[in-house]
Design a protein. Structure first.
Ligand code: GDP
Ligand code: ZN
Length: 456
C-alpha cells in the first residue's frame, strides 16, 4: 500500500438532515479524531478496537467546548473503503455542526479531500480496479432499479473478471509464441499458429458478445435522451405531463434545464428516460424566442430518440414539414395527437406510415408508444439481470482490442511471422487493461475521478 496523507470530507449532501457523515482516511485518521473526541465510556478512542462504534462528543480542541453529540466508527486498514485507516464521524446534519467538526479535523492535520479521492485511494491501494471505481459513480447516479443492478454488478467486479480472464489468455498465447520463436522448428510453428488462431477467434467471439448489449447498457446507465419535437400547440407539453403522471417513480429535475427546454427523468419499465420538451421549432424573428429555438435544434442533434408530434386535427403544413427534414439523422417515432378530435390528416405523406395515434390529454395510445420504445431499443424486453458493458470508455477499449485481435487473425492468415502477430496480441492486452486501469495513464485516471463528488 502506498503512503498518502490523511484526507477528510463531509460525505453527506449539504443542507439540513437527521444525521451527516464526516469521513477521514489515512494513517493519522485515528490520532486526529482522538484529539477531539471524548468517549462517553471515558475510554480513549486511540485504544479502541477496529470495526467498533463509539458514542460521545466532539470537542473544540483548544477550548474543550462541546461541538456536537456523535457516533464514531473505526475501520482498520486494509479492511476499509480506502484500504487505509478510516474514521467516520456521524453527527447531526446541519450546516454549523458538520462545518465545525470538519474544521477541527483539519486543524488536527487532515487536508480536504478532492472529488472522488476516497474511491481513488481504494483504486490506488489496489482494493478495487478502475471499472469497479467507476461503478461507484454509476451507483450514486442510478435512476432506475435496472441501472442500479447494472452498476452494482460492475462494482462487484463482474466485468473486471471477464476482462482479466481474457487478458490471461492473451498472455498465455504470447508466451506460447515466444517459445516457438525461440526454438524454430517448422512443425511447431504451424501448430502454434493454429492454436493462436483458435484462441484469438474465441476471444473475438467473447468480446463481441460483451459489445452486443453495450448500446442498451449505455441507455441503462446514462438514460435514453428522448426529445419531444413538433410545432407549437400540437400537444408536446401535455404528453410530457401525461408520461410523468403515469410514471412518478423518478421526479427530479435534470440540471441545466432552461426556461425554453424542460428535461425530466422518467422510469419506463426500468428504462431511464430523459424526456426533453422543446420550445416550438420554427423560424422566428423574436430574439428571446430565437434562443429557445436554437436550443431546441441542438437538443435534436443530441437526441437518442425523437418523438415527433403532429396535431391530427389539422392538415400537415410547411412548418411540420420543415421539422421533418431535420429528423433524417435521428431515430424517431411519429405521434399523431388529439385522436379525440376530428381527423383532418392526409395520410399520403410517407412519414405517417408507422405513426402512432395518441391523445396526450386522455392517455390514448400511450401504452403503444411505450411498447414501441422498448421494441426499438431493447428488442421488446429489458433484460431482468444486469448489462455487462454500460460505459462508453469500456466499450471503446473493447472495440480497439477487438480490432487488434482481428489484425492478428489477418496476419496469421497472411502467413506473417509469429512475432508480428504477437504485437497485435499485446496491443489487445493493453487496450483491455485500460478498462481495469492496469494500463491507463495517470492523467486519464485523474480525469475519471474528477467526475466524482467530494466525499466519495
Ligand atoms: P405544445 O405547445 O406542443 O407543448 O402543446 P400543449 O401541450 O401546450 O397543448 C396545446 C393545446 O392542445 C392545449 O390546449 C392542450 O390542452 C391541447 N391538447 C393537447 N393534447 C390534446 C389531445 O390529445 N386532445 C385535445 N383535444 N387537446 C389536446
Ligand atoms: Zn409546450
Amino acid at each position: 500500500m502506498r503512503d498518502f496523507d490523511t484526507i477528510a470530507a463531509i460525505a453527506t449532501p449539504p443542507g439540513e438532515s437527521g444525521v451527516a457523515l464526516i469521513k477521514i482516511s489515512g494513517t493519522d485518521a485515528k490520532t486526529i479524531v482522538s484529539e477531539i473526541f471524548k468517549m462517553k465510556t471515558g475510554g480513549i478512542f486511540l485504544n479502541s478496537r477496529p470495526w467498533t462504534m463509539h458514542y460521545g462528543h466532539i470537542l473544540e480542541h483548544d477550548s474543550g467546548d462541546v461541538i456536537d453529540e456523535v457516533v464514531v466508527s473505526y475501520f482498520m486498514a486494509p479492511k476499509s473503503y480506502t484500504a487505509e485507516d478510516v474514521v467516520e464521524i456521524t453527527c447531526h446534519g446541519g450546516y454549523a455542526s458538520t462545518r465545525r467538526i470538519l474544521e477541527q479535523v483539519m486543524v488536527m492535520g487532515a487536508r480536504p479531500a478532492a472529488p472522488g479521492e476516497f474511491t481513488k485511494r481504494a483504486f490506488l491501494n489496489g482494493r478495487i480496479d478502475l471499472a469497479q471505481a467507476e461503478a461507484v459513480i454509476d451507483i450514486i447516479n442510478a435512476k432506475t432499479d435496472q441501472s442500479m443492478r447494472t452498476a452494482m454488478a460492475q462494482s462487484q467486479g463482474r466485468l473486471s473478471r471477464e476482462i482479466s480472464t481474457i487478458r490471461e489468455k492473451l498472455l498465455n498465447m504470447l508466451a506460447f509464441i515466444e517459445v516457438t520463436v525461440d526454438f524454430p522448428e517448422d512443425d511447431l510453428e504451424s501448430a502454434t499458429a493454429e492454436k493462436v488462431k483458435d484462441n484469438a477467434l474465441e476471444i473475438v467471439e467473447k468480446i463481441e458478445s460483451l459489445l452486443k448489449t453495450s448500446g442498451e447498457g449505455k441507455i441503462i446507465r446514462d438514460g435514453l435522451r428522448t426529445v419531444i419535437a413538433g410545432k407549437p400547440n400540437v400537444g408536446k407539453s401535455s404528453l410530457l405531463n401525461t408520461l410523468l403522471m403515469e410514471n412518478r417513480a423518478i421526479v427530479t429535475d435534470v440540471p441545466g434545464t432552461t426556461r425554453d427546454v424542460i428535461e425530466e427523468y422518467l422510469n419506463l419499465d426500468g428504462i431511464p428516460i430523459i424526456l426533453v420538451d422543446t420550445a416550438g421549432i420554427r423560424d422566428t424573428q423574436d430574439i428571446v424566442e430565437r434562443i429557445g429555438v436554437d436550443i431546441s435544434k441542438q437538443k435534436l442533434v443530441e437526441a437518442d430518440l425523437v418523438l415527433f408530434m403532429l396535431d391530427r386535427s389539422r392538415p400537415i403544413d410547411n412548418e411540420d414539414l420543415e421539422i421533418i427534414t431535420r429528423l433524417e439523422n435521428n431515430r424517431y417515432i411519429v405521434l399523431l395527437n388529439k385522436t379525440d378530435l376530428e381527423d383532418r390528416l392526409d395520410y399520403d405523406h410517407p412519414i405517417l406510415q408507422d405513426a402512432i395515434q395518441v391523445s396526450a390529454t386522455n392517455g390514448f395510445g400511450i401504452s403503444e408508444l411505450k411498447k414501441r420504445i422498448k421494441d426499438m431499443f431493447f428488442d421488446g424486453t429489458v433484460k431482468a439481470g444486469e448489462y455487462s458493458v454500460s460505459n462508453d470508455r469500456h466499450k471503446e477499449a473493447l472495440m480497439r482490442a477487438n480490432e487488434s485481435l482481428k489484425d492478428a487473425l489477418a496476419a496469421l492468415k497472411g502467413n506473417m511471422q509469429l512475432d508480428v502477430v504477437s504485437i497485435d496480441l499485446s496491443t489487445a492486452w493493453s487496450y483491455l487493461g485500460e478498462i481495469t486501469g492496469d494500463t491507463l495513464q495517470e492523467d486519464l485516471i485523474d480525469k475519471i475521478f474528477s467526475d466524482f463528488c467530494v466525499g466519495k
